[in-house]
Design a protein around this ligand. Structure first.
Ligand SMILES: [Zn+2]
Ligand SMILES: [Zn+2]
Length: 111
């Protein structure tokens, strides 16, 4: 590390700052769009899409078998012991009928 010059060190500093800015940008973006929605009188929850991602399956439309029956803790302990590459058994999500989306409770009038 003795060959580093002051400008090289400064370069690393700028690089780190740029990296931080890149990581923070989507958060700032989300914050700005949320306040824009509020000022435009749009739905805060879904931005007038009338849909939200299903919380049960995280929007993928399937859940892991057995996940909904209260064995989650045991399952997770078991999973940490077994091979991570073992394919998960997936079953269609009941909550959203495997669509991965639910009508927005804030603005959707659908049943
Ligand atoms: Zn779902
Ligand atoms: Zn909504």
């Amino acid at each position: 590390m003795e060959n580093l010059t002051a400008s090289e060190i400064a370069g690393f500093g700028v690089g780190a700052l740029l990296l931080c800015a890149t990581i923070a940008a989507p958060r700032v973006d989300a914050f700005i769009s949320a306040s824009q929605r509020r000022s435009l009188d749009m739905c805060k929850r879904c931005g007038n899409l009338r849909m939200i991602a299903c919380s049960q399956c995280k929007g993928i439309g399937s859940v892991r078998k057995g996940g909904a029956f209260g064995f989650r803790v045991l399952e997770e302990i078991y999973e940490s012991l077994e091979d991570r590459n073992t394919p998960k058994q997936l079953v269609p999500c009941i909550k959203c009928q495997s669509k991965g989306r639910l009508p927005c409770p804030n603005c959707s009038k659908l049943p």
